[in-house]
Design a protein around this ligand. Structure first.
Ligand SMILES: Cc1cc2nc3c(=O)[nH]c(=O)nc-3n(C[C@H](O)[C@H](O)[C@H](O)COP(=O)(O)OP(=O)(O)OC[C@H]3O[C@@H](n4cnc5c(N)ncnc54)[C@H](O)[C@@H]3O)c2cc1C
Length: 441
């Protein structure tokens, strides 16, 4: 383990404060309490991750008599923002693991199965165990799937120090094995490859963060001179928001991290230790590596893609659901809403965005049940504490228009590498996230 814990311990007073106030800090202001609405509506939630658990808690607070059912086949809840810390040796795998059930409110029905078939025409879902559930309202919060098979030559069993392969998106355990690979690489040196897929993705800052952390760890170990770092961007920029792209590029220049645009990982050859990248116009390039961090293409789960809820004319290879970008209500099925990564909106695939999806869906659903029209709108809020080294991060927050939307204007500068922004990620974010799951943030 790095000695960050010791440094952090010396600031415990502040951290305690940050933890307690974290919910209001990193994810913005809380949701106001309102009187309970009486109803017998049947509400089905698909997925009990960040979005599903949070909306189940909120609706339980707001509705009296609703029959709420939540489906999720994974009994473990994963705190995914923690994966980056695990992959940098700052936490163990269990930091990100809890039980799904512990976050769910009393009085709802939890079925530990996945949705296997969706029929939005007849308002029915069939589970992997064959149960048929009818609903009045459906909330899709399944998150996304990581398409590892799209990287030719790769499978998850390759992750670890023996092969120099890292895949910290996969699971808490894979993130821990990824750390062992990174630890070895930053001891022994060589070429480290990083990058992101060409699809939409959750936490688009995470591939950059792990690259910055790796470079910092090599420097701290005194081994920077024998390590080369290469970051492969899928587009003609390093981050989709121009002002953040410029700042990331500046930091990469300062730290001698090579970056390449329009390089999309296509395949790896473990024996030869090479990776092939697709370039524009059908060209390819093959490079040697000693360490590689793989972040695969990301898509809606197949069951969603088969359901008729996906966009027909956008993101066709990805299948995100066709919701209104402000109300998060489905464009064709008005009793269906989306929360979280599954939404086909131009931004917002972060846990911090989920925090801002929740009150919008809550408002429109509860209002409809009460015979009113909902008024809340999602503005694209996305946030990513962009770690630049251990103990430093930039708290970047932005909206659909690529405006920076800092939670603390004049206090925390979004494009400066600050200790306080690091604390937001390292300490406050988990407290915030947990409060959100409980419906309190
Ligand atoms: C490495 C990494 C770093 C990240 N860092 C940050 C960060 O710093 N800040 C931040 O805000 N966000 C971060 N994120 C992103 C954040 O974790 C996600 O955006 C967030 O979890 C999305 O919530 P969700 O509810 O949409 O999906 P999830 O939390 O993934 O939950 C989806 C749930 O749906 C379930 N499910 C899937 N299919 C079905 C089905 N067919 N039926 C029923 N249930 C189903 C799954 O089992 C899962 O439990 C990071 C993610 C990763 C991987």
């Amino acid at each position: 383990m790095m000695d960050f814990e010791k440094i952090a311990a010396s600031r415990r007073g502040f951290m305690g404060l940050a933890g307690a106030g974290g919910a209001a800090l990193a994810f913005g202001a809380g949701t106001a309490q309102a009187a309970k609405q009486r109803t017998s509506a049947r509400i089905l939630i698909l997925g009990a991750g960040a979005g599903g658990a949070a909306i189940a808690n909120r609706l339980t607070e707001r509705l009296d008599g609703a029959q709420i059912t939540i489906l999720d086949g994974r009994a473990q809840h994963w705190y995914q923002p923690g994966f980056t810390l695990i992959a940098a040796g700052l936490r163990k795998a269990d930091y990100a693991i809890s039980s799904t059930e512990q976050w769910l409110p009393r009085g709802i029905t939890y079925i530990n199965e996945y949705a296997a078939e969706l029929d939005p025409e007849s308002n029915r879902v069939t589970t992997t165990g064959g149960q048929r559930i009818e609903y009045d309202y459906l909330i899709v919060a399944t998150g996304l799937v990581l398409d590892w098979d799209a990287i030719e030559g790769f499978d998850l069993s390759m992750v670890g120090p023996e092969n120099g392969v890292s895949a910290h998106y996969a699971s808490p355990e894979a993130a821990e094995k990824s750390w062992l690979a990174l630890d070895k690489f930053t001891d022994e040196g060589g070429v480290g490859m990083f990058g992101r897929p060409a699809t939409e993705m959750k936490c688009a800052g995470a591939p950059v963060k792990i690259c910055f952390l790796a470079e910092d760890i090599a420097t701290t170990k005194g081994n920077r001179g024998k390590c080369e770092f290469v970051y492969n961007a899928q587009a003609q920029n390093l981050f989709g928001v121009p002002v953040i792209h410029h700042r990331v590029r500046q930091i990469m220049d300062e730290r001698d991290i090579t970056y390449r645009y329009q390089h999309v990982l296509k395949s790896i050859d473990l024996g030869a230790k090479t990776a092939t990248y697709a370039l524009p116009e059908g060209a390819e390039v093959t490079d040697k590596w000693d360490f590689i961090n793989i972040v695969p293409p990301q898509r809606a789960p197949q069951v969603i893609r088969d359901s008729g809820l996906s966009w027909a004319e956008r993101w066709m290879d990805q299948g995100w659901i066709e919701v209104d970008m402000q109300t998060l209500r489905h464009a064709r099925y008005s009793n269906v809403f989306g929360i979280g990564d599954i939404n086909g909106v131009p931004k917002g695939k972060t846990a911090a965005s989920v925090k801002f999806h929740i009150p919008v869906v809550e408002d429109h659903l509860v209002s409809e049940i009460a015979g009113r029209e909902g008024t809340r709108r999602y503005d694209g809020y996305t946030s990513c504490p962009l770690i630049t080294r251990i103990g430093r991060a930039m708290l970047v927050e932005f909206d659909y228009q690529d405006n920076l939307t800092p939670s603390f204007p004049g206090v925390i500068a979004p494009l400066e590498e600050l200790w306080i922004s690091w604390l937001m990620k390292e300490v406050a974010l988990k407290a915030t996230y947990n409060a959100m799951l409980r419906g309190r943030a």
